[in-house]
Design a protein around this ligand. Structure first.
Ligand SMILES: NC(=O)C1=CN([C@@H]2O[C@H](COP(=O)(O)OP(=O)(O)OC[C@H]3O[C@@H](n4cnc5c(N)ncnc54)[C@H](O)[C@@H]3O)[C@@H](O)[C@H]2O)C=CC1
Ligand SMILES: O=C(CO)COP(=O)(O)O
Length: 333
């Protein structure tokens, strides 16, 4: 099996830092690239990442750098900047990455301007890379603290997925390898939309029954969308799908769920999305998924209302009424 001794992590936010800790715990040399010199200096001084993972000590060695070429020369790269920044980051990486380098996409989103999945953006901008994705129920702060976590690592090349899983496996971090890259990406991206919806229902105190209904029917939408993209139904029943829905749609630790709670409590969406607020990828994904669903005639009524709420064009009570008044139908459809 191929082994990857050095792992370059691109993006020194919460998830990038947590994954750098994982790589180090797995016995690899972890090179964490960040654009913020202060954060990088803090990591190198052994003071962790107080901006994105406050209060969590970094006990394992991580080599921080602001020099992209240093991280880009690693045997394996993890790309961990927000979804809408991926293309720009890949363009910077393009001249620096050796042919055949495996690149693991860790952002959970879809590109707004093109509707492309992260792997599709990767193929366009970094054709010399071997694509993979990492997704599943995993809060950065849990992972950084060393709490037990399982994720999926997918690549169309099964042997590569196995090798990446092996290289990242650590006592409290258990990766499962998979080959349905598209299914894993869609599960990770679209669960954030439902987390916003579930959070809104919770914030408005509409009851746990309503939350469960929204998640179950929203999950049917995700499966419909995934099927259309050629994903395997079974994939969505795994960690990146059902597993991540269970986590993100039920915990205030989730930024998307917390964003939804804010909406349900009556906060203005613009305030919740203001600069400096925590990243809620689902706010953007809702708009993209709604547009793609319309274009491809996929029935996604919950995604549709979440998008309109995020746009500030629909109130939560009107959204619920619209969903409840839809014509009755067979559940499996
Ligand atoms: N935080 C978590 O628990 C998890 C996050 N993810 C996903 O990982 C991705 C990143 O999330 P987080 O690390 O949590 O976000 P974050 O907000 O904690 O950090 C984002 C990082 O990206 C950097 N960044 C932003 N724009 C950039 C650009 N144009 N060029 C270079 N760097 C840039 C920021 O400086 C920051 O270091 C998201 O897609 C998220 O959905 C996935 C699983 C768990
Ligand atoms: O994807 C995550 C956990 O699996 C993190 O969720 P949030 O981005 O909503 O915080």
């Amino acid at each position: 099996m191929e082994t990857f001794d050095t792992i370059g992590i691109i993006g020194a936010g919460a998830w990038g830092s947590a994954l750098a800790l994982v790589a180090s715990r797995a016995g690899r040399k972890a090179i964490l690239w960040g654009r913020d010199a202060e954060t990088v200096a803090s990591v190198n001084a052994g003071n962790g990442n107080p901006r994105y993972l406050p209060g969590i000590p970094f006990k394992e060695p991580i080599s921080g750098t602001i020099d992209l070429s240093e991280a880009a020369s690693a045997d394996l790269l993890l790309l961990v900047t927000p979804a809408q920044t991926l293309r720009a980051v890949l363009r910077d990486l393009q001249p620096l990455v050796a042919s055949g380098t495996p690149v693991v996409l860790c952002a959970k989103g879809i590109e707004r301007s093109t509707g492309r999945l992260m792997s599709e953006v990767l193929v366009e901008e970094l054709p010399q890379a071997r694509p993979a994705a990492l997704s599943g129920p995993s809060f950065a702060s849990d992972v950084a603290r060393g709490l037990p976590t399982a994720v999926t690592i997918a690549s169309a090349d099964g042997a590569l997925a196995d090798a990446i899983a092996d290289s990242l496996s650590a006592p409290a971090f258990r990766p499962y390898a998979a080959t349905d890259l598209v299914g894993v990406e869609i599960g990770g991206a679209l669960k954030n939309v439902l987390a916003i919806g579930a959070g809104a229902v919770a914030g408005a105190r509409l009851g746990k029954s309503a939350e469960a209904a929204l998640i179950a029917r929203g999950f049917a939408e995700i499966r419909r969308f995934a099927r259309r993209r050629g994903a395997e139904a079974e994939t969505l029943m795994g960690l990146s799908g059902l597993g991540d829905l269970m986590l993100t749609c039920s915990s205030v630790q989730s930024r998307n769920y917390a964003f939804g709670i804010g909406i349900g409590e009556g906060a203005a969406v613009a305030d919740l999305l203001a600069r400096g607020r925590p990243l809620a990828e689902g706010a953007m994904t809702a708009l993209i998924a709604r547009d793609l669903a319309r274009r491809e005639a996929i029935d996604m009524p919950i995604t549709e209302v979440v998008a309109e709420i995020v746009e500030g064009r629909l109130r939560l009570d009107a959204a619920i009424e619209r969903l409840m008044r839809r014509p009755l139908k067979r559940e499996e459809a």
